[in-house]
Design a protein around this ligand. Structure first.
Ligand SMILES: NC(=O)c1ccc[n+]([C@@H]2O[C@H](COP(=O)([O-])OP(=O)(O)OC[C@H]3O[C@@H](n4cnc5c(N)ncnc54)[C@H](O)[C@@H]3O)[C@@H](O)[C@H]2O)c1
Length: 255
C-alpha cells in the first residue's frame, strides 16, 4: 500500500457512542473532517440533532439509544451499515462516573450502573460491531475508552468507575486477539483529565488543581486534544497497532 498522509476514512461508516458528551462531540466533528460518515449515538435525540446540524459533511445520522439495552445492539449496528453504507469504525465513548466520598457510601446500584454501561454495554456493542465488520470482510477499527483510573485506581471517589475501566483495558486486549485475523484492530484510548461535565461533576476544586499541577503539560485537556488520537487509531496509519492502550494524559501518567 502506497504511503499517503490522508486518514483513508473517506466514505467509511463510523459509529460514535457518547457522541453528545464532551469528548464524543469532538470525536464526531473530527471524523466529519475526514470525510467519514458518522452515526452519533447517545441518550438525547435533541442533543444529537444539534450536533449533526453543526457538522459540515453529509450522510451523518443521530440515533438516540440507551446502550444498556443489549438486545438493541445488533439492530443499531445494522442500521449503521444500512444508512452509512458500511461499518468500518466503532468509537465507544459512552460511560458514566458516580463519585462517592467514602467506600461505605457505595451502593450495589452504583456498582451495577457504572459497570452496566462502562463495561457490559461496551463488550456487547464491540461484539456486535465486530461481527458486522467480519461479515463485511474489509477489516475495521474498534476504539474503546479507558481512563487514567485503569492504572491509578482513580481519584475523587471513583474506585468503581476505575474498576470498570480496568476491565476495558483487559477486554480490549482480548478482543484484539479475537478480531486480529480479520484485520480488525481493537485499541483503547486512556485520557487523563479532560474538561467535560464528567470530570468536574462532584470533584473537589482542590483535587482538580492538584491533578492539573501534576500534569507536565500544565493544563487539563480540551476534548479536541483527545479526538486526534481516535482518528489516528481509525486511520490507515494505525493499521499495525492493536491491543494497545494509548495514554493521552499530558504526562500525568508516563507509560
Ligand atoms: N472527562 C475526563 O476527564 C475523562 C477522563 C478519562 C476517561 N474519560 C472517558 O472518556 C469518555 C467520554 O467521556 P466525557 O468526558 O466526554 O463524558 P461525558 O459525560 O461528557 O459523555 C459521556 C456520554 O455518554 C452518554 N451515555 C451515558 N450512558 C449512556 C447510555 N446508557 N447509552 C448511551 N449513551 C450514554 C452520556 O449521555 C454522555 O453524553 C468516557 O468513556 C469517559 O469514561 C473521560
Amino acid at each position: 500500500m502506497a504511503w499517503s498522509v490522508g486518514a483513508g476514512l473517506e466514505g467509511k461508516g463510523v459509529i460514535v457512542t457518547g457522541a453528545a458528551g464532551g469528548i464524543g462531540q469532538a470525536v464526531a466533528r473530527a471524523f466529519d473532517t475526514t470525510g467519514a460518515r458518522v452515526m452519533a449515538v447517545d441518550l438525547d435525540q435533541a442533543k444529537l440533532d444539534e450536533l449533526i446540524v453543526g457538522l459540515g459533511g453529509r450522510g451523518h445520522i443521530g440515533v438516540a439509544a440507551d446502550l444498556r439495552i443489549i438486545s438493541s445492539h445488533d439492530a443499531l449496528v445494522e442500521r449503521a451499515r444500512r444508512e452509512l453504507g458500511n461499518v468500518y469504525v466503532l468509537a465507544n465513548l459512552a460511560a458514566v462516573l458516580r463519585r462517592r466520598s467514602s467506600l461505605e457510601e457505595i451502593t450495589e446500584d452504583d456498582w451495577d450502573f457504572q459497570h452496566d454501561i462502562n463495561l457490559k454495554s461496551a463488550f456487547f456493542l464491540c461484539r456486535a460491531a465486530g461481527k458486522a465488520m467480519v461479515a463485511q470482510g474489509h477489516g475495521g477499527r474498534i476504539i474503546t475508552f479507558a481512563s487514567q483510573g485503569w492504572w491509578t485506581g482513580g481519584f475523587g471517589g471513583s474506585v468503581v468507575y476505575a474498576a470498570s475501566k480496568g476491565g476495558i483495558v483487559s477486554m480490549t486486549r482480548g478482543l484484539a486477539r479475537t478480531f486480529g485475523p480479520h484485520r480488525i484492530t481493537v485499541n483503547a484510548v486512556s485520557p487523563g483529565q479532560v474538561n467535560t461535565p464528567m470530570l468536574v461533576t462532584g470533584l473537589a476544586p482542590a483535587m482538580y488543581e492538584a491533578m492539573k499541577e501534576q500534569t507536565p503539560l500544565g493544563h487539563v485537556a480540551e476534548p479536541d486534544e483527545l479526538a486526534g488520537t481516535v482518528v489516528f487509531l481509525a486511520s490507515d496509519h494505525a493499521r499495525y497497532i492493536t491491543g494497545a492502550t494509548i495514554n493521552v494524559s499530558g504526562g500525568f501518567l508516563m507509560y
